[in-house]
Ligand binder design. Structure first.
Ligand code: ZN
Length: 284
């Protein structure tokens, strides 16, 4: 099977978005003074009005920040509209939609990095090999032998984790003697491994909310994200440390790593009741 290049993928997602905007009549309504790439067309998606431009009539609106981008945004180097992995690449996601470069990069450093860190911890705890295609460096920590800490790296693998110890190898030094005495002694041994990873769990949860939002956008398009309720979701994504929406995520421990689904919720019924499952994480 021919797999698409990044340029072809960008073109494809751009066309999806553009066709949807055209169907909704929004393309006609994008104002001519915003013919600069990256100009925000409106405070909120779905609130655009009037005027038509017959020549530069080719648009995509970033689903996160509502800014309109002309087709040149995917041709310029580097592109102003970028391929977005949903869920993030660190948890095995695939490219699914276009978002603008700023939204993509901001989410990458603030939100997706936290998703990647939590995933690393999960991989270690469950001794599962990284679900990312990219090889990740091992997690550094300290391994305690007889109460003394030694630097070590730990790598999660298939069913077991490997610890690489950075042991003193110079005979005659106190460290060397202590370690060899301890390893050779008949006494029952106790090992302890400590890692320290800083995680911002708010950012992590909002990262999943954003992934779910983009998945729903990929599936239902602008008509879905133009619903007034979705303003709150965009605001929560923009302000990840404040509780704009009190509850929006849950965990399904038995969710298979690559099980991605969108559930339509009948009861309780709100105008937009969706549950998006991405592996073990649910957002709604
Ligand atoms: Zn954006």
């Amino acid at each position: 099977m021919h797999s698409l290049t990044k340029d072809e993928l960008r073109e494809l997602y751009f066309q999806y978005g553009e066709n949807a905007l055209r169907e909704l009549g929004w393309i006609r309504s994008i104002r001519s003074e915003v013919l600069q790439p990256g100009v925000k067309i409106t405070d909120e998606i779905g609130d655009v009005r009037d005027l038509d431009d017959p020549i530069l009539n080719s648009w995509y609106v970033c689903p996160q920040c509502s800014r309109a981008f002309h087709h040149s945004a995917i041709v310029m180097k580097p592109p102003a509209l970028t391929l977005e992995h949903v869920p993030p690449e660190s948890v095995g996601g695939n490219t699914l939609v276009l978002t603008c470069k700023e939204c993509n990069e901001k989410a990458g450093t603030r939100l997706d990095s936290q998703i990647a860190t939590v995933q690393r911890i999960r991989d270690l705890l469950t001794a599962r090999r990284s679900s990312s295609r990219r090889k990740r460096p091992p997690v550094s920590g300290q391994f305690f032998i007889d109460g003394h800490p030694y630097d070590a790296d730990i790598e999660s693998g298939d069913g077991s984790n490997r610890v690489y110890l950075n042991l003193p190898v110079v005979p005659g030094t106190p460290d060397y003697d202590r370690v060899s005495r301890y390893l050779e002694s008949e006494a029952p041994k106790e090992f302890r491994f400590e890692i320290r990873l800083d995680v911002d769990f708010n950012a992590e949860r909002v990262g999943w909310l954003r992934a779910g939002y983009l998945a729903a956008f990929a599936f239902f398009g602008y008509r879905y994200i133009a619903h007034p309720d979705l303003k709150l979701v965009r605001r929560q994504i923009a302000q990840h440390s404040s509780a704009v929406i009190p509850h929006f995520s849950a965990i399904n421990p038995s969710g298979a790593p690559n099980e991605n689904r969108i559930w339509w919720v009948d009861v309780p019924h709100f105008p937009m009741s969706l549950v998006i499952q991405m592996g073990w994480r649910l957002v709604f």
